[in-house]
Design a protein around this ligand. Structure first.
Ligand code: BDR
Ligand code: CA
Length: 314
């Protein structure tokens, strides 16, 4: 049985791999993508998303552009340390056939959920601005969302700051609304994505698949490895996380991550810890668990899934 999903993206290099996995997996029906300010300005994220769908021969998947800045904070994209890992425009030909759909992404999310049978999993892999705005504008969508699978958060260490992960840090107020929305939530944080690295050897195998998706994924992940090796080295050189793709793989097969059902909230008021996902592993807060928070991932399984799915063509 396939799982219907909507992917909310700020398309840089790992979002691009996530989009290709979602679009090509036989286990997923990708209803559409919404774009949000994040890795770069939203119009670049939109163009990048269209480029990806054109490149893999699926230009008809609807793409809707969403929010261009965080809910309450000044635009902070320009100090994203990840810029070397993404850049503004993906190294793919300009989109020609895939076109941006009319209407705002937030309105499309609301209309699509209200009209649905409550069977579309929401998969945000960028800052949570679109999702929080949709919830605020039309809370009735909540009962139509069966699960939200988020790439974001960090318990052990952050990447934007010592304690905050980029997607949550860029729009902490939005993240706080979403993690407290009352629907089932799975979070795929850095604690999991940093345990599932993709190596230069894996990139060679992806390129050898000879498919557009395999070739593009190899190119993007090699760029990521170069950026990680020079700016945020992982526990081994020549390998990098592909965060957003792990979240999509967790939708396809939940056993690729290991989760703990715990109370999680987002720091919005601290001086040093803005955007921290506060994980209450010992239930000190007296609050009920609200998030399945992933602390580990199966690297060989993740790489196997990428290789199988990206070997497919439209
Ligand atoms: C997240 O931040 C972005 O740079 C990536 O696309 C990913 O969604 C990782 O912290
Ligand atoms: Ca992302």
């Amino acid at each position: 049985m396939t799982t219907k999903i909507i992917l909310d993206v700020d398309t840089g290099t790992d979002d691009a791999v996530a989009l290709m996995v979602a679009a090509l997996s036989p286990d997923i029906e990708l209803i559409g993508a919404t774009t949000v300010n994040g890795n770069t300005a939203v119009h670049f994220c939109t163009e990048n998303t269209l480029r990806v769908f054109d490149w893999i021969g699926l230009p008809d998947i609807p793409v809707h552009q969403g929010m261009s800045r965080p809910l309450a904070r000044a635009q902070m994209t320009q100090i994203n340390p990840a810029s070397r890992i993404h850049g503004d425009l993906l190294d793919l030909p300009e989109a020609r056939t895939a076109t941006l759909q009319p209407g705002h992404g937030v309105d499309w999310l609301i209309d699509t959920y209200l009209a649905s049978d409550g069977d579309i999993t929401l998969v945000p892999v960028g800052p949570l601005t679109n999702i929080a705005t949709a919830i605020q504008k039309e809370p009735a969508i909540l009962e139509k969302i069966p699960e939200i699978v988020i790439m974001g958060g960090a318990h052990d260490h952050g990447n934007s700051t010592a304690s905050a992960e980029f997607n949550i840090w860029l729009d902490p107020e939005a993240a706080r609304i979403v993690v407290n929305c009352g629907r089932p939530i799975r979070m795929v944080p850095l604690d999991a994505t940093h345990r599932a690295l993709v190596s230069l050897d894996d990139c060679r195998a992806l390129r050898a698949l000879g498919t557009p998706a395999g070739e593009a994924a190899a190119r993007f992940i090699e760029k990521r490895i170069d950026g990680y090796d020079s700016t945020q080295p992982m526990h081994r050189a020549g390998a990098a996380p592909v965060h957003d793709a792990l979240a999509v793989c967790a939708v396809i097969d939940p056993t690729v991550i290991t989760t703990h059902f715990i109370p999680v909230d987002v720091e919005t008021g601290g001086e040093l810890s803005i955007g921290r996902t506060v994980c209450d592993f010992r239930f000190r807060s007296g609050r009920p668990a609200n998030v399945q928070f992933a602390m580990d991932a199966d690297e060989p399984m993740f790489v196997r899934m990428l290789t199988e799915i990206l070997g497919r063509t439209a």
